[in-house]
Design a binder for this molecule. Structure first.
Ligand code: SF4
Ligand code: MG
Length: 335
């Protein structure tokens, strides 16, 4: 069985003073063992909320609706009690957060923070966990690991801290690693080093990786498949090759034109004027229509269905209908 994760109709809402907000609006996708899926889109598109939903780490006013399922090896995570979910996190699923300083405890040594999950989840003795910690630091390319074990987070550089986070995340050999902008704050050289390392470990452990990023350079480097999100919806999904060489959704094409930094608020998307709608803004039809240069009356009225170009490439846009009609025409032309 190759399939690791199957997410069906994920809907994540928030209760706020202004009413219900829908941050994720019915997303479905699968992930195989040893596969890397990159989730891309602008800040606020729902990509981080999607990863937090998978981990069961939503803020207290957030919840996943009943019709959703998050199936990891036959267990629906969205229906598990908090304690069961906590034990699965750290054993079967790990997450690498955006900001290493907020995720590492500043008053505990690196060694303590590496040993603790190993002792808790793998029931290693303190000595064995210590030896394993040193081995992990070596694996993530940290020199003088014995010395580092005794140090506190502030004694390490940003790149080192992020590698420590990766070591902790991988310490329990998770089946699924969820990484949210893990290298955004790092300089380019260290970023490349860490992406290489994640890729190696993915191949060695056969673990599935979900990487949330706004950086199409990172996507090109590590993705097997790409999911593009807009305003809480999946608008396109495909293998990395198809997305880069044959993007179909107007938003995806805009994203690819807008490299290098779509998350920089001062940066105007050249091909896509306007900005993401607010979460509580109801938009009729296609949620991208206010920004889409190809929008028709139909786009304003009806939400597009999802079209499948070939098995690995899906697009939610009415423009695909014309493509389909033309394909039918071709078939009816006698040769
Ligand atoms: Fe643009 Fe219409 Fe496609 Fe939406 S469905 S992306 S508005 S062409
Ligand atoms: Mg984010």
């Amino acid at each position: 069985e190759k399939k690791l994760l199957s997410v069906k109709d994920l809907r994540t809402n928030f209760r706020t003073a202004d009413g219900e907000l829908s941050a994720v609006r019915g997303i479905s996708f699968d992930l195989d063992k040893g596969e890397t899926l990159c989730i891309v889109g602008e800040s606020g598109c729902g990509k981080s909320i999607t990863s937090l939903s998978l981990m069961g780490l939503l803020p207290s006013n957030g919840y996943i609706s009943k019709e959703s399922s998050i199936n990891l090896n036959g267990t629906d995570l969205s229906k598990l009690p908090k304690e069961r979910l906590r034990s699965i996190r750290g054993r079967d699923i790990s997450m690498i957060f955006q900001e290493p300083m907020t995720a590492l405890n500043p008053v505990l040594t690196i060694g303590y923070q590496l040993r603790e999950p190993l002792m808790l989840h793998q029931h290693l003795s303190k000595q064995k966990a210590h030896a394993k910690g040193i081995e992990l630091l070596t694996q993530v390319g940290i020199p003088y690991p014995e010395k580092r074990m005794k140090q506190y987070p502030h004694e390490l550089s940003g790149g080192m801290r992020q590698r420590v986070m990766i070591a902790i995340a991988l310490s329990c050999r998770p089946q699924l690693l969820i990484a949210d902008e893990p290298t955004t704050a790092l300089d380019v050289t260290i970023q490349a080093q860490i992406l290489d390392l994640m890729d190696d470990l993915k191949n060695q452990l056969g673990m599935g990786v979900i990487m949330v990023t706004h950086d199409m350079g990172v996507v090109a480097e590590i993705a097997d498949r790409v999911m593009v999100m807009y305003a809480g919806e999946k608008v396109e999904e495909g293998d990395v090759e198809s997305i880069f060489t044959n993007p179909q959704h107007p938003y995806t094409r805009g994203l690819l034109n807008s490299v290098p930094d779509i998350d920089d608020p001062s940066f105007e998307l050249e091909a896509i004027p306007g900005s993401l709608p607010n979460l509580n803004e109801e938009i009729s039809g296609c949620r991208f229509h206010p920004r889409c240069p190809f929008a028709t009356d139909r786009c304003k009225a009806d939400s597009p269905k999802e079209y499948e170009l070939h098995s690995a490439h899906r697009v939610k846009c009415w423009l695909q209908e014309e493509v389909e009609i033309h394909a039918d025409d071709r078939e009816t032309i006698p040769s």
